[in-house]
Write a protein that binds this ligand. Structure first.
Ligand code: PLP
Length: 417
């Protein structure tokens, strides 16, 4: 992770001691570096050069209002997948007119909300959704700007759960059906065709599939123009650029985008990007304290106060996150499974990690900025972690630790019989 250094008092992020953060805000706490976010964002901007393009941060990667407001200030638009995420963008000062709405299951009320907010584009994923959107827009006396999310049927060569652009998954409109559906869209009174979209998967480490997807979309753009007289204003190539968790050779934004930009060098459509993980993943860590060490004949466990409810990726995808001692001891390295208190054997954060640690020490689980807090839950009635953003040497609390009372507040017992 960038900007993580070891100092005399242990690890520091942007010069702020993690041990101080634990003392001030407790654990488990997600800690993010604003400088790392801004460096990641600027790398995209630089890769795009002066090209007509928009970077729409994928809110689901990390939707904290502090994070969203930071990206809004850096000049990002947003990619949302629910009405709730739209409310967050608005609350954080983001611009709905620079926000695109993805997702296979948009409800009518979410469409209404997005139309009222003046969203930039609906990325429509099925014929049925297009019908509904046209009806909802008619009722609201609005015209809905749309792109069809087309499934280019290219294999992104990533984990099957996060691969989304193949023919047999639930996302997008089949490539062969897209032209017909665009023709139909052109006949509807309350939608306006603005563009075309795709998103083929996440944690992509190879730039080739995205260029392949883009070139398939270009085929469609040209067919639409010549065969149906439909001109598109933008092409949205989705997100998906991977990051280094362990030893992956993740391409830089420039390496990732170069082949795509090459394809578009003579074209005038605006390019939209929807990066999530690559903007925030390596800007955040999860700070946790060791409750107990449990040494066994076959295995040693470090039982920490963070768990799968805080960071689900290891349990869900068998994902690797680097785990480092905030202040390592000099001797007694042992191999530990780093586990949480949740009553599931899948509740691990890392397995077989060599660490020199003692009870009460702090650990940092790295590269946890994306799909960490947003995938967290209250399983085992565990209140969610606090979140802190470090900016210019100051730690800002951007989400308080959840009080147990707020977990109970929406519930009630049955009435007396
Ligand atoms: C999840 C998602 C993204 C972001 O993906 P990353 O891998 O985090 O960059 C972008 N667009 C859509 C439609 C998504 O579902």
């Amino acid at each position: 992770m960038p900007l993580l250094r070891s100092g005399p008092e242990g690890l520091e992020l942007e010069g702020v001691r993690l041990s101080d953060i634990a003392t001030r805000f407790g654990t488990p706490t997600y800690v993010y570096s604003l400088a790392a976010m801004s460096t990641a964002f600027e790398a995209y901007r630089a890769a795009l050069g002066g090209r007509h393009a928009s970077i729409c941060y994928a809110v689901k990667a990390n939707s904290n209002l502090g994070i969203l407001s930071a990206f809004a200030r850096l000049g990002a638009g947003f990619d949302i997948v629910s009405g709730g995420e739209l409310e967050r963008v608005i609350a954080a000062g983001g611009d709905p007119a620079r926000t695109v709405f993805s997702g296979v299951g948009k409800r009518s009320d979410e469409m209404t909300l997005a139309l009222d907010a003046g969203i930039r584009c609906f990325n429509v994923e099925s014929a049925a959704e297009l019908e509904r959107l046209n009806e909802v827009a008619a009722r609201a006396c609005k015209i809905a700007p749309i792109a069809l999310r087309v499934n280019p049927d290219v294999d992104p060569r990533t984990h099957p759960y996060i691969s989304t652009g193949l023919r047999n998954n639930k996302f997008g409109v089949a490539f062969e059906e897209a032209l017909g559906l665009y023709r139909h869209a052109a006949s509807l009174d309350h939608v306006r065709i603005a563009g075309i979209a795709c998103h083929i998967g996440s944690q992509l480490l190879d730039p080739a599939p995205i260029a392949e997807a883009a070139s398939r979309l270009i085929e469609l753009i040209d067919a639409l123009s010549t065969e149906a007289g439909i001109q598109l204003e933008h092409i949205d190539i989705g997100g998906g650029l991977g990051i280094r968790y362990r030893d992956e050779a993740a391409p830089s934004p420039i390496e990732y985008l170069e082949p795509v930009l090459e394809l578009f060098s003579e074209r005038k459509e605006e390019i939209l990007l929807e990066p999530g993980r690559s903007l925030i993943g390596n800007a955040g860590l999860l700070l946790t304290r060791i409750e107990y060490l449990k040494l066994g004949r076959d295995r040693n466990f470090a039982i920490v106060d963070a768990a799968m409810n805080d960071l689900a990726r290891p349990a869900l995808y068998d994902a690797w996150h680097d785990i480092v001692a905030v202040r390592p001891h000099t001797q007694e390295f042992r191999n530990y499974d780093v586990v949480g208190p949740v009553c599931e054997s899948g509740d691990f954060l890392g397995r077989d990690r060599s660490l020199a640690i003692a009870q009460g020490d702090l650990l940092a689980i790295l590269s946890a900025g994306a799909y960490g807090m947003t995938m967290s839950s209250n399983y085992n009635t565990r209140p969610r972690a606090a979140e802190v953003i470090i900016s210019s040497g100051q730690a800002h609390l951007v989400r308080r630790r959840e009080p147990i009372a707020s977990l109970l507040a929406l519930e009630s017992g049955l009435p007396d019989s």
